[in-house]
Design a protein around this ligand. Sequence first.
Ligand SMILES: Cc1cc2nc3c(=O)[nH]c(=O)nc-3n(C[C@H](O)[C@H](O)[C@H](O)COP(=O)(O)OP(=O)(O)OC[C@H]3O[C@@H](n4cnc5c(N)ncnc54)[C@H](O)[C@@H]3O)c2cc1C
Length: 572
Amino acid sequence: MSKDERFDVIIIGGGPNGMTTAAYLAKSGLSVCVLEERTECGGACETVEPIPGVRIYPHAMLMYASAAPGFDQLELHKYGFRMEWDPQDPLTQPTGLACSDGWREITDKDKMGWAKIGGMLGQPAFTKDLLRATFWCPPHPPEVEVTDENTPYMQVYKQNQPDMWTHELREGTMFDLMDEHLETEHFKTAMAFAAWASGAAGHWEGVAVPAALCVHLLTLPSTGKNSIPRGGLHGYFHSILRAAVHKGAVLRTCCPVEEILIEDGRAVGVRLRDDAASGGKTIRANKAVIAAVDVHQAFLDLVGPRHLDPGFIRKVKDISLKNQTLYVSVFHTKKQLTFKPKFAELADAKAVGPNRQLGLGIFPCDSREIYYENVADVDGRKGQPTVPPERLLWFQTPPQSFDPTDCQSNYPRGYISNAFEAAVTSPDYHKEGEDALDGYKAEMDAYMRAAYSNMVDGLDDDNVIHHWSATGRDIEFRNTGLIGGTWCGSRHDEDQSWTNRPIPELARYRTPIEGLYHAHQTSGHPGGLCLMAIPYNLMHILIEDGVAEPGEWWYASPWYIPQEGKISAKRD
Ligand SMILES: Cc1cc2nc3c(=O)[nH]c(=O)nc-3n(C[C@H](O)[C@H](O)[C@H](O)COP(=O)(O)OP(=O)(O)OC[C@H]3O[C@@H](n4cnc5c(N)ncnc54)[C@H](O)[C@@H]3O)c2cc1C
């Protein structure tokens, strides 16, 4: 008789997608075990402490969850989720975008056009529906052809803002959409850059609406003054972890999974690595195994070739996990950073908290030529940057005041900045080899400081005590799940959209192995950067397959189409 432990569901990986799935399933009454290889859960939503008393956020800082049904379905407010909400009227607040010659004003046409694209001008506003239709809805079943009529966001526009609905809306680029509705070049450039850093770039065809809306996910909460969750994205993650634990999920850290056990074509459990901090090395699953780790590891290592069709393996190998990644810098300085004189005009409006943290936004937004130069460097030439520092596009995460003990507000010895981030080539695609970026670290640090110094004073050697920087390679080493740094996690062109992403066999989170599901930022639509989307969408599929039977709290996406012959995830 086997003495192996048993759970209804085993989840491999305790990052945001694994943990949110655990919270949903535990709330549905299933016994759930999450296995995490590191000492701490959280994946990219982590903090690090480079010196005692200084907590910084090396990856996730921005809130891409704004419209997620998970906030109320999982009742995150009961588990400590807090966000300062102090709305401002975007039409009246002083605003501007940073260009080489100083702030350039955003016009009313920009603001109204952007609001229109985001569903804010409907009577009533339909922004939440639009965001949910685009990101929090599972792809249609394979037997359903995707059309202009049944694409969820197209349905929402048709119903609420019919003058926006054209066939081209589903075909064009975000630049096409902005050229139609907005006015200034600097506003369009900033939004396209934010989309590129979020996944669906401003120049990609066929994803105009998802590209614009992934920026709306960020700009919407930013109409409140301090729009980052208290405790940052790590604080947000904690509320999900507590929700999972409160409903009975078992979390095991230092437990790397080495193999997914497959019997008669069905996933029946996992085998842990020999050095895992757990007595028994085999854990069995009654209903399902969910791989919440990257798509390559899940199929090429944990399942392995003997259980998979060679054609499927080829397709998995062909999934590129490497778009751009980010070069992240946080500064510890003696004196607070200040605006260069040409930006001083908005200094008061852009400073937050007791330490007057500066909100720098994106620089330099002059024109889309700058955007294309940066894209060519990172996605095209794939080497060290060739754009001069004054033309490097970068952004700073918003100023924040987390809780009163947070170092960004109250560190007693010097000042801690927000993260500065710039897109760089992913290590694997660097033409000089995957370790090249680390070899250039000192040079890159100096280059980044020169770039940021076009907007701020205080990044000189005399003032900087620490420059904590992470190259794309550092980021991968910190967390091997973090590949690509965008919510795409894989290339995103027309044949990859929605029902085909990342490959048709994995498009609805099912896999060729019965009882095995995949829930990670590197697979499916809309991908990891859209927080709580994969777990919510996956729930529809787990209900269809009879794995989960959630209580009255559950509601399906209104645009979801059930698969023929399966249990519908919609309530009657
Ligand atoms: C530089 C950078 C900046 C980012 N900024 C933001 C941001 O501002 N806002 C935002 O929302 N998102 C941001 N992201 C994206 C964010 O990281 C992802 O959306 C999110 O982490 C995806 O969650 P996940 O659960 O799919 O994967 P991960 O976070 O990668 O979690 C996977 C987990 O699985 C574990 N694991 C891997 N292999 C095994 C194994 N064999 N056995 C057991 N456990 C295993 C890993 O240790 C990890 O904890 C950023 C990413 C990067 C790289």
